[in-house]
Write a protein that binds this ligand. Structure first.
Ligand SMILES: [Zn+2]
Ligand SMILES: [Zn+2]
Length: 340
């Protein structure tokens, strides 16, 4: 089968790979119908922290084509959307609803099993990992529920956002836009999106945010102006740079909460002393995929849609071109789908 394969640092290729088979009783194999390219796939490509030969990708929908002997809740022909991480459901972390930390689990194409940018994929712990797609929904409606939508929403959950709260979102890429799109579900009042690309800010504006272009004005100063000098109740950082993390923390109010969702790939220097006396709460890390079913339910009932962030769709055979478009942000690119 065709698959997007990591060959070495800064070297990915579309190659043939063996088709996956059931290896354990709780596996299923899916025919991938849609997968997407994630910012973290670009990290994998450039940081090169991966074994050569690994299939990349962890955002996907598909159709079940084979099931292990222990699988009861899924059958051949079921349409499914997947979580990016698979987890056993039984270890200490899973029992504490922190499946992303599962000691028996992994992340498709990153840690453990092969990724999903391929024609077929093996899904471990399938009944924990997959969610059935309602008949009247398309892959495009639900593909982000497992990863970027769960992660974006986790910024609101970790910050305990409630009625009328003011929220900043630094980085209007896919995760940041998902956070902006989910903010009304929590009753947020003012939502301020910060980025340096106008076309991304325009999208944030369409999801209801007030926008600040950080290449044209100081976002910390602007956020203070917009919040009567106080700062926002909740800061969400979805870019992973020192500048955005620092600005996010600085523009969140005393006694407020900030959550770092952006992947950090360098050591950060930030003086937390002042925030200590401000009784500040800081959290970090991605979401725990506990609410994938709820998200799909909200999408099904018209409460939420992030389908508009899909700007490009390519056949899997054009995956390398798709990576180029995504990386270079060509043609107003936000999110790219691949169709095997
Ligand atoms: Zn992802
Ligand atoms: Zn576990």
């Amino acid at each position: 089968m065709k698959a997007v394969i990591f060959k070495g640092k800064n070297d990915i290729s579309l190659m043939y790979a063996p088709e996956p088979r059931i290896e354990k009783a709780d596996d299923v194999v899916i025919k991938v119908t849609t997968c997407s390219i994630c910012g973290s796939d670009i990290h994998t490509k450039y940081i090169g922290n991966q074994d050569p030969g690994k299939i990349i990708g962890h955002e996907y929908c598909g159709i079940v084509v084979d099931t292990g002997a222990g699988v009861r809740g899924l059958k051949k022909g079921d349409r499914v959307a997947g979580r990016p991480a698979y987890s056993c459901g039984q270890c200490y972390y899973c029992r504490h609803r922190q499946q992303s930390l599962c000691v028996n689990g992994g992340i498709f194409g990153v840690l453990g099993t092969q990724g999903v940018q391929a024609e077929y994929a093996r899904i471990p712990f399938a009944e924990n990992t997959l969610v059935k797609i309602p008949d009247n929904m398309e892959d495009e409606d639900v593909i982000f529920a497992g990863d970027i939508l769960s992660t974006g929403m986790s910024g609101l959950l970790k910050n305990d956002v409630g009625l009328g709260d003011t929220v900043s979102v630094f980085g209007a890429g896919p995760v940041g836009l998902c956070a902006v799109a989910c903010a009304p579900l929590f009753g947020a009042g003012l939502v301020i999106a910060v980025d340096i690309l106008d076309y991304r800010l325009d999208m944030a504006g369409r999801f209801g945010a007030v926008t600040v272009n950080a290449s044209k004005e100081d976002p910390v100063k602007k956020i203070r102006e917009l919040t009567n000098g106080i700062g926002v109740d909740a800061g969400i950082e979805a870019a992973g740079s020192e500048a955005t993390i620092t600005a996010c923390i600085r523009s969140t109010r005393r006694g407020g909460k900030a959550s770092i969702l952006g992947l950090i790939d360098k050591p950060l220097l930030f003086d937390l002393r002042k925030r200590f006396y401000d009784m500040f709460t800081l959290t970090m890390g991605y979401g725990d995929q506990n609410h994938v079913e709820e998200l799909i339910n909200m999408i099904a009932h018209g409460r939420l849609s992030v389908r508009s962030i899909i700007t490009h769709t390519f056949p899997l055979s054009e995956a390398l071109n798709a990576y180029d478009v995504f990386e270079k942000r060509e043609g107003g690119c936000i999110k790219v789908l691949l169709k095997p």
